[in-house]
Design a protein around this ligand. Structure first.
Ligand code: CA
Length: 512
């Protein structure tokens, strides 16, 4: 009769890989040495992951229709749905763009059904509660403090406790651990010794500047003292009220805030290291796929912005490193992946059929070195403020960003060749005062090319690609220079943000 069923299942499980999915909250890829070798941020454990696995240069989140960019991003990770077909997208459930009860087709639900042991720790809030609560073991809390009990170590302890329990009761099921952090999202209260290392203080007085300190990280190369035009979300919390920054973009404020960001990110790296060490001691490391990523990037002074509500590369892109069986150590790929591809890919790696509701593409062929990318064209949106908002599209080296905000007051186009201008320098980066601050003199062609007649054809081509993407993804809005396609835009999903205080003159003007 062969093996008893349970023994057969155990034998099958022995071959099934574990999954450790690590996600930071608000981290630009350019903070990490894997993406920016001159970054002073010390992340020896993440660097080791990069050396042992594959670094993705083209990993993106698809965007947001809400000022809380975390929320759609985390829905996309869990469900594999595109941004306008999420259950929380404006009008999506009512218009049948998203089936009901889709939480039953998310990462925890799918992996529970497949016999995985699922465990999660992460921040609370601005996430996907209906999916999060399906993890068999769950320890969520907002941990943004400057010591081990109130900071990132708390999340690591939950994972370590869980692994110790697995050892004690000798669990044979493979695990899927969703290991999320609440940092480096603000408030960036770092541990004192790490703040000191990066010359930063937990600045909390809006009336004074933080002290200058030569140990602080230098200004980002694409720093600006202000964004050259309103980005379309008046009074947005992340641009005006984050403690330590507020509306300031001066060098002392930005360098101190980067120091705080790095203090929090180095602590995350320490905590990742503790969990990796435990997995190694348990002999699980070689049979575990490890992914390190973030829900989206962040500006902190780049382009004169502070938050995550923009579509420049520092914010639209995410760090993405993958390690595991069959992945070539020290490899790199463009990928052209979205975070919404994670579900399909994890299913593929674990030999599980992805749910029919999944819209993501498995990038297992990229991980195995058979392909460099899984798609050609990438689309991004931010319209959590005034509508229709911002859109971008990328194809190869070319990227187009369009802004149609503040009731038509701001209609701007940016066209970049990212190979020649990877930091998306614009005219203001050439100002001698800015150059003196950053020490970075862009070359003549490192500008916005949208109005350069030599690239008029390229601009038209990219505008038509953007429209194609907006149609295929069922974007419910159109920009000023696009056909309206007979659409009636849904009511805003983010009414509160639209009515937020502190909009000042622009909001008044826009409303008049
Ligand atoms: Ca976030």
């Amino acid at each position: 009769m062969g093996l008893p069923w349970c023994a057969a299942a155990a034998a099958a499980d022995a071959k099934r890989p574990n999954i450790l999915f690590i996600i930071a909250d608000d981290q630009s890829p350019f903070d990490l040495k894997a993406y920016n070798p001159s970054s002073p941020l010390a992340t020896p454990n993440i660097d080791r992951l990069a050396a042992k696995g594959m670094v993705f240069d083209g990993a993106y989140h698809m965007g947001s229709f809400s000022g809380a960019v975390c929320t759609p991003s985390r829905h996309m990770v869990m469900s594999g749905r595109t941004v306008w077909r999420l259950p929380i997208a404006p009008g999506a459930l009512q218009q049948g763009k998203c089936p009901p009860n889709i939480e039953q087709q998310t990462i925890p639900a799918v992996f529970n059904r497949a016999g995985y042991a699922t465990m999660r720790t992460c921040k609370t809030g601005n996430s996907y509660e209906a999916a999060n609560k399906l993890f068999t073991v769950r320890h969520d809390a907002e941990k943004r403090g400057g010591d081990d009990q109130s900071g990132s170590a708390w999340h690591a302890e939950r994972v370590l406790d869980y692994l110790r329990q697995r050892e004690t009761v000798k669990v044979k099921q493979p695990f899927l651990i969703y290991f999320g952090f609440s940092h480096p999202h603000d408030t960036r209260d770092g541990k004192p010794e790490l703040l000191a290392k990066y010359g930063a203080v937990n600045h909390a007085d809006p009336k004074s500047l933080p002290p200058a300190n030569e140990r602080q990280p230098a200004l980002p190369v694409n720093y600006l003292p202000a964004h050259p035009f309103p980005h379309g979300h008046p009074g947005l919390r992340d641009e005006t009220t984050v403690s330590g920054v507020w509306e300031r973009r001066d060098e002392r404020t930005i360098r101190n805030e980067l120091g705080r960001e790095f203090a929090c990110s180095e602590n995350i790296d320490d905590q990742v290291g503790r969990v990796l060490k435990k997995l190694e001691a348990m002999g699980e490391l070689d049979n575990t796929y490890i992914i390190y990523t973030a829900d989206h990037g962040i500006a902190i002074g780049r382009h004169g912005l502070q938050g995550k509500q923009n579509l420049y590369q520092h914010t639209w892109r995410v760090p993405f490193i993958a390690v595991g069986p069959g992945i070539q150590p020290g490899s790199r790929a463009e990928g052209n992946i979205y975070l919404l591809d994670v579900l399909a890919t994890l299913c593929d790696l674990a030999g599980i059929q992805p749910p029919e509701t999944n819209e993501g593409i498995s990038f297992k062929p990229v991980l195995q070195g058979q392909k460099n990318t899984v798609r050609d064209v990438l689309y991004g949106v931010y319209n959590g403020g005034t509508k229709p908002g911002m859109r971008c599209v990328k194809n190869g080296d070319w990227k187009l960003i369009q802004y149609d905000v503040l009731n038509g007051m701001v209609r701007k186009t940016q066209l970049f060749n990212l190979k020649e201008n990877p930091h998306e320098f614009i005219e203001q980066h050439h100002d001698p005062k800015v150059v003196a601050q950053t020490g970075c003199q862009p070359t003549a062609n490192q500008v916005n090319l949208a109005d350069d007649p030599r690239y008029a054809d390229k601009r038209r081509e990219m505008e038509s690609l953007l429209l194609r993407e907006m149609r295929s993804l069922e974007d419910p809005w159109r920009l000023w220079n696009q056909p309206d396609d007979g659409l009636t835009p849904p009511p805003s999903a983010d009414r509160k943000a639209g009515k937020s205080k502190g909009g000042g003159k622009l909001q008044t003007k826009a409303a008049s």
